[in-house]
Design a protein around this ligand. Structure first.
Ligand code: NPW
Ligand code: ADP
Ligand code: MG
Length: 274
């Protein structure tokens, strides 16, 4: 297992070419946020916008429209139960993030199935939070896309069938191969299992142990994969940056809030572009 270092940032975060426009930097569609967990999709969306994704659209419960717009006028919104809009917006994205705050009701399940029916093999699909729980609960068939799963240890137990105490590298890698794609197994020392190797993230701090931290990472992975060509490096750089920013803030803070990490992203990415 290789240890992630700061080098991954300069290898991934590109100096922006002068001759470019918002379309150059990718379209992200984020799907989640029911009437209880609006904050989760809001943080994921904010993380994608602040990572620099060119166009961001959020498919969510309409009860989240006003809060999302008032915090983040840069994002577009649509109702996640409107099937035609979902199909159009998901099809138009480079990267789709599904799951933050989606919940596990019948509505959540039908939204997830609609996303799975719509994505295609030239798109990256980040599968987080409730989406992972729903796949496990309903034994859903996975779509053909560049899949990136972002489970915490309990979500990975649900998806892989491996109990937390038995989540060894060998066992995790074997399930990753069956699933296809990349697995970001989140914990106090996140491990990333990719088709080309496994990586350990030693950055990060217990100051990060607060709700919404993973929703934020999912949005960052969305923003990075939409902009940067090498999809594996984009995932690795997002994981590293998320923790490294938290480490910086934790030098003078007892707790680091997800939105504080988000707001550091433009400055941090500027300092680490290669
Ligand atoms: N502001 C918002 O809108 C927020 C909305 N959110 C949304 O809520 C949805 C549900 O997601 P969820 O993660 O909160 O719940 P669930 O899937 O039941 O997992 C928790 C169980 O797993 C266990 N556990 C074991 N190891 C673990 C580990 N390393 N890391 C974490 N947990 C670990 C843990 O053990 P315990 O804490 O009891 O020790 C507990 O039994 C999802 O859509 C998410 O996006 C949240 O992001 C919060 C902010
Ligand atoms: N003690 C810790 N040290 C380092 N990172 C942590 C620690 N606790 C949590 N994290 C990070 O916070 C995030 C938590 O993700 P998750 O459990 O999905 O949160 P949520 O669903 O509430 O947004 C992960 O990126 C994880 O690595
Ligand atoms: Mg989570």
């Amino acid at each position: 297992m290789e240890t992630l270092t700061e080098q991954i940032l300069a290898q991934t975060i590109r100096v922006r070419p002068k001759e470019s426009h918002k379309g150059t930097y990718g379209r992200v569609c984020l799907v989640g946020g029911n009437d209880h967990f609006g904050g989760a999709i809001l943080m994921a969306t904010e993380a994608s916008v602040y990572s620099g994704a060119g166009l961001n659209t959020t498919l969510t419960d309409p009860s989240n429209f006003i809060s999302l717009h008032s915090r983040l006028p840069e994002a577009m919104v649509a109702n996640f139960t409107n099937r035609d809009e979902l199909t159009d917006l998901v099809s138009a994205a480079n990267t789709v993030v599904v799951g933050p705050g989606l919940g596990t009701t019948d509505t959540s399940l039908s939204v997830l199935k609609a996303v799975f029916d719509t994505v295609s093999d030239n798109q990256t699909l980040i599968v987080d939070g409730s989406a992972i729980t729903l796949i496990s609960k309903h034994d859903l068939k996975l779509p053909k896309a560049h899949l990136v799963f972002t489970p915490h240890q309990m979500e990975w137990q649900r998806l892989s069938g491996i109990k937390i105490a038995a989540q060894t590298d060998e066992a995790n890698e074997a399930v990753r191969r069956q699933l296809g794609g990349t697995v970001v197994l989140k914990s106090h020392q996140t491990k990333i299992y990719t088709p080309t190797g496994s990586f350990l993230n030693t950055a990060g701090t217990p100051a990060q142990a607060t709700g919404g931290m993973g929703d934020t990472l999912a949005g960052m992975i969305g923003g990075f994969t939409a902009q940067f060509a090498d999809q594996t490096n984009a995932v690795l750089a997002a994981v590293y940056a998320h923790s490294a920013i938290a480490d910086e803030l934790a030098q003078s803070q007892y707790v680091v809030l997800p939105t504080q990490i988000i707001h550091q992203l433009p400055r941090y990415m500027h300092e680490h572009q290669g």
